[in-house]
Ligand binder design. Sequence first.
Ligand code: PEP
Ligand code: MN
Length: 330
Amino acid sequence: MIIEVRKNIEASELEAMAMKYKAIVVEDYDRKLLVGSSSAKTIDTKDERHIEKHWVFDNDMQLSSRKFMPNTRNISIGNFTTGKDETILIIGPCSVESEEQLEQTASLIQKCGLKSLRAGAYKPRTSPYSFQGMGLEGLKLLAKMREKYGFSIVTEVRDSTHADAVIEYADVIQVGAKAMYDHGILRTCGKARKPVLLKRGFGTTIQEFVQAAEFILSGGNPNVMLCERGIRTFETKSRFTLDLCGVAYLKEHTNLPVILDPSHAMGYAYGVPDLARACMAMNVDGLLIEVHPDPSVAKSDASQQLNHKQFEELLNSLRPIAKAVGRHIV
Ligand code: PEP
Ligand code: MN
């Protein structure tokens, strides 16, 4: 249940109501909310004088629901705002590898007229013997690109040891599929105000995914975007299975902008352009596509990254699809 309390409520009364309804107090823009379990369905008539409005729900997807907020949230990334008629293309290499590599990526982004650069400085790898990312040095290189080219920087937090550094350097904080369940990270992101790109854990249901977003929203950060990046199924020919049905559900039932990541879902560059076109046709707020100046030497996710020529060809083919669904690409 979500209760919007009247603006003139005394702090002690608010605290008493929070206790009574076992609710979290959330500052939502200019209003105060009490957000408790969806199992609570009724309010005590004695409390009505403190209540502006209240909502009841079938499940704990509450702050994220269209029942609570009918329109898709407007989250700003530089000049781009979600929930409008633009789709942001978030591109870049899987990992920051060198300044030269980022300069090459920056040239591509500029040439394409795009505005954001994504690369990981802290990589959540499945083996401890693989490249783990450049760490703080990588964050500094990304910040240098922002200063030089004005790009918005999207980069991921792998664990809570460097969460504050990522929050400081990034314009958009990416929480990866493996970190989606890390409540330390979710709660830290809840205290931040910067937009969070929350990726779906590959073994999680839509309900679990959206509830992870609720940790950030109820922590006080209203700027959460959901990223579908493929789930694990019985199929092994592609790396994961992109859940476009899930995306249709998220668009219908949640107020959170949706970003689609065909690169990690497919795992192989040959499938990414077709999949990216299908994603664009889903009329979503953004696409995340991995590109690398020379994917054959990439230090992570080498098999799925597009080279720059492949990306430019893809971008040309995405524009008419964007137009057909009433969007334009930024
Ligand atoms: C990534 O975006 O490079 C990444 C590691 O993705 P995911 O968390 O979806 O596996
Ligand atoms: Mn990657």
